[in-house]
Design a protein around this ligand. Structure first.
Ligand code: SF4
Ligand code: SF4
Ligand code: SF4
Length: 422
């Protein structure tokens, strides 16, 4: 094991290989508050990459209803239980060190999946804490859709007090997931064939189909269960980050770097994907006007999924406002309260950046804001709030303007003869 720095944990971490970092990293932000579980993302990936024989059970993109849903079933409950067992002294976060880019959420005090004692690894040949889901667990990708948590101990009963923010008593939410193209991938660490690699140009994690022999060590070791085994070819497969689009080779893009299929298809406009610049040591290089950099490192409204697992995932989530905080803190770490507070009382810049989601299929590398007039003043969740109609402008890889949009969205009113005409 060597030591690598995991900034999401605010500390050095054991990893089987030395850190190797791309120049820029594939990353994305999902705003859970907006997801409607339409599954357009899921189906766009399915119809592009996994429609063939032997791939029937594969959903590289999926959307599951939390807390009961999961694909494969119980994936997070199972890995969290294994992690808990590997941490008999407990796991906690020291938030006194939170702040700055090297430790934005504080210091994670506990073992990751790479630091579990050998006695907790099964089988003996494992290098990483994990497990192999059963065939049945892959069978029902959408199990428990829309099933809420109700009254404790009373099945099928809603909470009697009704629901109001800040936290609902009866709740669920939709968690959209793809491979996180992790900085320290569990799948890569576990592969005895060295068949898994991270592309130096964009950090997308791929399985070399020629090298793979189908040992399923990646399936076992990916804590997010995003490496999948294909029975008829006897090799493993995973999300490829739609790399031809990211490279600008999709004819639709006219040579421009394009967001992936699952991002482009998102009806709820919850998704933004891009490429962030990295320093030589793997830290995010300061890139103040990159929207992903802004959301993760400046506004800090977007948080990694289960950072305690240790893979330093490159997918970030704006947490749902209505969900009990202990559940969210376990899922997204200690930055949850600050992220929800900031999202609930957005400033001018955050409001403008949120308008960038899904206005275009091309990757946004930079944005600018042109200030507009005040539209109205009000009180928002108990605090004074002023809305300005600012214009946000998105730029592509070579500095060309991609589009511009305003904070106040245009309102289209159907003329009387066309109303109810569907
Ligand atoms: S999410 Fe899983 S499959 Fe994807 S890079 Fe991370 S460890 Fe590998
Ligand atoms: S990035 Fe591409 S390959 Fe990966 S889940 Fe989305 S659509 Fe599928
Ligand atoms: S397409 Fe967007 S809104 Fe629909 S389920 Fe997927 S992430 Fe959610």
């Amino acid at each position: 094991m060597t030591k690598v720095y995991n900034w999401q944990l605010g500390r050095d971490m054991d990893y089987p290989y030395e850190g190797a970092y791309p120049e820029q990293q594939f990353a994305f932000v999902f705003n859970i508050n907006r997801c409607i579980a339409c599954q357009s993302c899921t189906m766009s990936c399915k119809s592009t990459w996994t429609f063939s024989k032997g791939q029937e059970h594969m959903w590289w993109a999926n959307v599951e209803t939390k807390p009961y849903g999961g694909y494969p079933q119980w994936w997070d409950v199972k890995i969290l239980k294994l992690l808990e067992d590997a941490n008999p002294e407990g796991m906690s976060w020291d938030e006194s060190t939170a702040g700055g880019e090297a430790s934005p959420y504080g210091n994670y005090e506990g073992r990751t999946i790479f630091e579990a004692p050998p006695t907790s690894l099964f089988p003996d040949s494992s290098r990483v804490l994990g497990y192999l889901p059963s065939d049945e667990e892959w069978n029902s990708p959408n199990i428990y859709e829309d099933n809420p948590v109700g009254r404790k101990g009373e099945k099928g009963k809603y909470h009697p007090t009704g629901e109001s923010l800040p936290v609902h008593n009866t709740w669920f939410f939709y968690l959209a997931r793809i491979c996180n193209h992790c900085t320290y991938p569990g799948c890569l660490a576990a592969c005895p064939r060295k068949a898994i690699y991270k592309r130096p140009d964009d950090g997308i994690v791929l399985i070399d189909q020629e090298q793979c022999r189908g040992y399923r060590k990646c399936v076992e070791a990916c804590p997010y269960k995003k490496a999948m085994y294909r029975g008829n070819t006897r090799v493993s497969e995973k999300c490829i980050g739609c790399y031809p689009r990211v490279e600008g080779k999709d004819p639709e893009g006219g040579g421009q770097a394009m967001e992936t299929r699952c991002m482009a298809a998102c009806i709820g406009q919850i998704r933004m994907q891009g490429l962030v610049k990295l320093e030589e040591d793997g830290a995010w290089a300061e890139d103040r006007m990159n929207p992903l950099y802004y959301l993760v490192h400046v506004a800090k409204v977007a948080l990694p999924l289960y950072p305690q697992l240790g893979t330093q995932p490159n997918g970030y989530y704006i947490p749902p406002r209505w969900v009990p905080r202990p559940y969210l803190r376990q899922m997204f770490g200690p930055g949850v309260d600050r992220a929800i507070e900031r999202y609930s009382h957005p400033d001018r810049e955050l409001l403008a950046v949120l308008q960038l989601f899904r206005r275009d299929h091309r990757i946004i590398f930079r944005y600018e804001i042109e200030e507009g007039p005040e539209i109205y003043r009000t009180k928002l969740r108990g605090k004074p709030f002023t809305l300005y109609n600012d214009t946000v402008i998105a730029y592509g890889k070579n500095g060309e303007e991609l589009f511009r949009t305003t904070v106040e969205e245009p309102l289209h009113v159907r003329s009387a003869p066309l109303q109810n005409s569907i």
